[in-house]
Design a protein around this ligand. Structure first.
Ligand code: GRF
Length: 199
């Protein structure tokens, strides 16, 4: 399985993917931040990288078309958003329907968008978690593939929740990519990702 990834930050989820030694070939790691730690993680793993700055483009869709066009050129079977912090133009997302997954630090459909740990604490939830879902035009709104749960304690803060949840994320994302690589991920009864690479 040919896998590409996009990340905007330190890349701990990307590093967890690499550390899982999955039966996949990483073909490209891209970022909207030239200094993203995730790009160094990819370089250290000998994986080609690309960074593009939204400032160099007239508008969102131009940037998205450039970056996702470069990703498509690497002919991945699967695109993983591993901490990619931009909302993607709907016309661009449409090309990746069923071929892109995202990891989000909440028990979707709860807390789509940002500040999920804070919102979980404010709601006094007894549970928190992370979700891997298919990317669709609705932000953090696509079909959920798998979730990991943690208990929320009375002394938890945003920082302690984020830290404990990240440990679970680092297990959840590789488990989903492994299921896809093994052909165990089906959608409406059909095995996914058995088709030809993206055009
Ligand atoms: C993770 O919490 C992920 O759920 C969210 O952003 C964070 C990415 O962290 N999308 P990292 O860059 O993978 O360390």
């Amino acid at each position: 399985l040919r896998v590409a990834a996009l990340a905007s930050g330190r890349g701990s989820n990307l590093a967890a993917l690499f550390a899982a030694h999955l039966p996949v070939e990483y073909v490209l790691v891209g970022s909207d931040k030239a200094k993203a730690g995730a790009l160094q993680v990819a370089r250290d793993a000998g994986i080609p990288t690309v960074a593009m700055s939204p400032k160099d483009f007239p508008d969102r869709v131009a940037f998205d078309r450039a970056l996702f066009g470069t990703v498509a050129a690497a002919k991945p079977d699967l695109l993983v958003l591993a901490g990619y912090m931009r909302i993607i133009d709907a016309s661009v997302v449409a090309d990746w329907e069923g071929r892109a997954i995202n990891i989000h630090p909440s028990l979707l459909p709860k807390y789509q968008g940002l500040h999920t740990h804070r919102r979980c604490l404010e709601a006094c939830d007894s549970e928190h978690g992370a979700s891997v879902h298919f990317v669709t035009a609705e932000l953090d709104g696509g079909p959920v593939v798998a979730q990991a749960r943690i208990a929320v304690g009375p002394s938890d803060t945003e920082a302690t929740l984020a830290e404990r949840l990240l440990v679970e994320e680092h297990k959840l994302l590789p488990a989903v990519v492994r299921a896809i690589a093994d052909g165990r991920l089906t959608w409406r009864g059909e095995p996914l990702f058995q088709g030809a690479p993206l055009s």
